[in-house]
Design a protein around this ligand. Sequence first.
Ligand code: GLP
Length: 243
Amino acid sequence: MKVNIRENYDAMSKSVSDQIINYINNKPESLLCLAGGDTPLKTFEYLVKADENKEVDFSKAKFVSLDEWVGLGSSTKGSCVETLYTHLYDKLSINVEKQVCFFDGLSEDLDKECKRVDEFIGGSNGIDICLLGIGMNGHLGFNEPNVDPELKCSVIPLDPVTKTVGAKYFDEDVNVTAGITVGLKHLLASKELILIANAEKKAEIVKKTIEGKITIEVPSTMARKNENSVIYLDEEAASKLEK
Ligand code: GLP
């Protein structure tokens, strides 16, 4: 896994945005898989700016969203769907209906949701470029510690750390116990796999991700198996790295 350290969150986000834009400019009909959460928000700002300035054309691309809290939908501020539409999809010059595929966390048939998203990914010949935040416990999407790495789209019970940390996204109390997510099987097969982390609070998990043993106990270490994986960090998130 290539490690790219930038001076701060802003510079890190700009570099990530540049890599994505470059990919799309070379292959406009790509499938992008994008995380919600806080870490990608500045990258999204740069992507929106590039779209406005016509430095990139997303009109032929497809987007699959990484994950959703089971039981939440777009009316809950802080849900993955709300975050991605508010900060990215609604701001890009794309046809959202045709180009975006999202898990419905409110669906009564979550297995069907998994199949639907599996088919969307399969129909595009897999994910081209994937952007993942790293959870405090190393989760990728809702691929929690000790998940089966062979899973495609799946419903996964939430790790206690995820439940605690997850409260930061919501203004109201939400009772979430599971997540629906694109599984590691799809994520690790991405043609380009980008991990991102910023701030001091991520320094420990970043160290494990890059320098620790590759183990499903820390799902983010599995990204090192992908030959085209890269992690972008700000200096704070990189502060505990030894090399
Ligand atoms: C959350 C989400 C992921 C996100 C990750 C890191 O729980 N399930 O989509 O990438 O954890 O989040 P953040 O970027 O807010 O640290």
